[in-house]
Design a protein around this ligand. Sequence first.
Ligand code: PLP
Length: 395
Amino acid sequence: MTAPAAQQSDRLLGVYRMPDILFVRGEGVELIDADGKRYLDFTSGIGVNALGHGSPIVRRAIERGLDTGLIHVSNLFRTAPAGALAEFLTERSGLDRAFFCNSGAESIEGALKFSRKWAKARGGPEKHRVVALKGSFHGRLFGSLAVTDRPGYREPYEPLMPGVDFVDPSDLAAVDRALSRERTAALLVEPIQGEVGVRPLSSAFLEAVREWTREREIALVLDEVQCGLGRAGTFFAHEPSGIRPDVICIAKPLGGGLPMGAVLMSEDIAGQLQPGDHGTTFGGGPLVSSVALAVLRVVGDPSFLDAVRSKGAALGARLERVAAARPGRIREVRGRGLIWGLEMSEPVAPLVGRALDLGLLLVPAGPNVLRLLPPLVVSEGEIDRATAILDEVLA
Ligand code: PLP
């Protein structure tokens, strides 16, 4: 329904295509518009609202944080929540240090800088190149965009950061060749490539690149901004492979909807960073850090992760059923945990629009893939409702 004109501003920069709906409330997996219509949110704010909308856990954490009077202090001084969050994340990742920032793209920028400094200290100034994968998406800033394989996003802003090589992850020999001991500082990998259409990379791939990067003293940077923190059914998406990367970037669900990102890294890399080498005003402030800790205590709980896996399996099975009823039209169902993509043989934008009319929010991943990213607290009943709507959309 049309939102009241006074509430629809034309003053927002037109870089997003927004439907004519005004959301005024959120309750769990549902968003409610100005006319009271309810929508199942299978986007989670693009992977952010892991605990759903209006989560009492997030609300209580914000209230407790506000009770201290400390929303922001600055990284010139210590506050307790950032330290506690760093302890939690380093313990869960097996890495040693955390740097907090405000978004996924910023976490990638940090990872690029940290790994370059580390690699150049080992191999000299020529060891600065970054290898990224075909189909990658790492963000919209000049460094993160330079390692993003989306020509349409890149070209208007070129020249970007130089020194990036793209390689096809399905061609292991090419990946091996691209990783140069003398010239490569870092390899960037999303364990599940999100924006290109939900493409999980195999454990065999992760194991192979771990071995090559270790041998050649190249930082293995995992971008878990979208697939990490419970989304894939494990705390980190790479866990099934058993590898230990050098750097992990996280963001989206970290702050419970408040903006936050983090770079986790090994002591070896952290050891190259001195006071003044990097910084940000807001990153890791006490309020957002205490909210993040509350979110991660829930999301990191083994029984919560078990539930994500079993609900994910249920969602996957229902999507397979939707696909089986339409051979040829749905090319592939891909995903794990609660990140799924339906690759269609047609453009998905009209389907996303039809789903919206029927009360289901979906987000495309590239032109032909419908992506489903429900809050991790979604129920099986809500999964049933969403897949029933999807069936109707495709009818
Ligand atoms: N990396 C991945 C894998 C992402 O999916 C995204 C955003 O979608 C980013 C990085 C950038 O995150 P942000 O939009 O918070 O800058």
